[in-house]
Design a protein around this ligand. Structure first.
Ligand SMILES: [Zn+2]
Length: 360
């Protein structure tokens, strides 16, 4: 289970918020109430459920994905790219950098690798850098996360340090979230628009990696990191696609009873390689859904960025400003209207990263 390292600060903040709540006007009260709820939700933290059977685990996975069935075809299209399943994993070069150095490099990227507009937003968040918690990550798959309180634009970050180049791009990723929240904050991004919650942060992550490929001492580390994250995402997409195919072929339906669902899945499990299926479900593929979708969209914007950075930043601002009260389907249509098309950048992106690898 994940730990929140800023728990103490949050509790202090919560007490302070509750003290001032009555002193505010109704409009401010509403914003503050929402921030209070955000803290309370984070302090409560949902417990990981222990599921006892494979059907239960699969139903759990299905429940995580069923709301967003209309985006399943994007995941199916994504997996076509990862052709070399067992491509070599490059060793992750260690990087002996202090937390302060990681911050300095992140600052350098936002200053010189983004636009004036995005740098000025970054600076607002950077002032709060004391709220960043660097932790020695022992939880596999945990890189970092953020908490934003819209009432006073508080921005909490925790980074699981792996002492790899990746620590820098994780920082850029988390600041990407913060920048998005500063421009357009609406909690619907965690609910109805959840599939799109990682697009902006993944874009910043990618261009931060790209920025450091130009650096004399960090260049190779940046190339490997970009490639490795991409490789992992392709594999995750394959796993998620396999799961989607299970749901499709077992003809499980959203509104039928759990018993009925279990029976359908059981029929499927009976005819499958049980151990392989367990391996797949243990990976919890649904948890990668928003990241894969983010790559699907951000890679297209990334290719635009390589050709014309200013235009890419213009599009990024437009993308962030899209109304966050829209339905997820309409939201995607708005992205497409900007000329950013899911899955369209994948092959080009793959070629780009492979070319970069040849420079190692
Ligand atoms: Zn993120």
């Amino acid at each position: 289970m994940k730990t929140i390292h800023y728990e103490k600060e949050l509790k202090v903040k919560l007490r302070r918020y509750k003290r001032i709540l009555d002193t505010l006007n109704p409009e401010q009260q509403e914003i503050l109430r929402e921030s209070i709820e955000t803290i309370e939700l984070n302090l409560a933290k949902e417990k990981i459920q222990d599921t006892d059977s494979l059907e239960d685990a699969l139903i759990n996975e299905y429940d995580n994905l069923k709301e967003f069935e209309s985006f399943w075809p994007i995941i199916e299209g994504f997996t076509d790219v990862g052709e070399d399943e067992d491509s070599d994993r490059y060793p992750y070069p260690d990087i002996d950098m202090s937390n302060k150095e990681i911050l300095t490099l992140t600052y350098d990227f936002f200053k010189n690798g983004t636009s004036k507009y995005f740098f000025s937003l970054f600076e607002q968040l950077f002032k709060q850098r004391r709220k960043i918690h660097f932790v020695n990550s022992s939880v596999p798959g945990f890189y970092g996360d953020t908490l934003f309180l819209n009432y006073d634009k508080s921005f909490y970050v925790q980074i699981g340090r792996l002492y790899e180049f990746n620590d820098i791009v994780v920082m850029a990723h988390e600041y990407g979230h913060g920048i998005q929240y500063l421009i357009n904050y609406n909690r619907n991004i965690f609910y109805g628009l959840f599939p799109f919650s990682e697009v902006v942060s993944i874009f910043f992550e990618l261009i931060c990696g790209e920025y450091y490929t130009k650096d004399l001492s960090l260049g190779n580390k940046a190339r490997i990191s970009l490639y490795d994250n991409w490789n992992t995402t392709c594999k995750d997409a394959q796993a998620l696609n396999q799961e989607i195919q299970i749901f499709k072929s077992s003809k499980i339906k959203r509104d039928e009873s759990t018993e009925k669902k279990k029976r359908r899945l059981w029929t499927f499990i009976e005819n499958s390689d049980y151990n392989k299926l367990v391996d797949l479900i243990m990976q919890n593929p649904s948890s990668d859904f928003s990241y894969i979708l983010a790559y699907s969209i951000a890679t297209n914007l990334f290719m635009i960025y390589l050709r014309d950075p200013d235009y890419a930043f213009y599009l990024l601002k437009k993308l962030i400003e899209i109304d966050l009260n829209l339905s997820s389907e309409t939201y995607l249509q708005e992205i497409i209207k900007l000329g950013i098309i899911p899955n369209e950048g994948l092959e080009e992106f793959d070629r780009h990263l492979n070319r970069e690898l040849k420079r190692l």
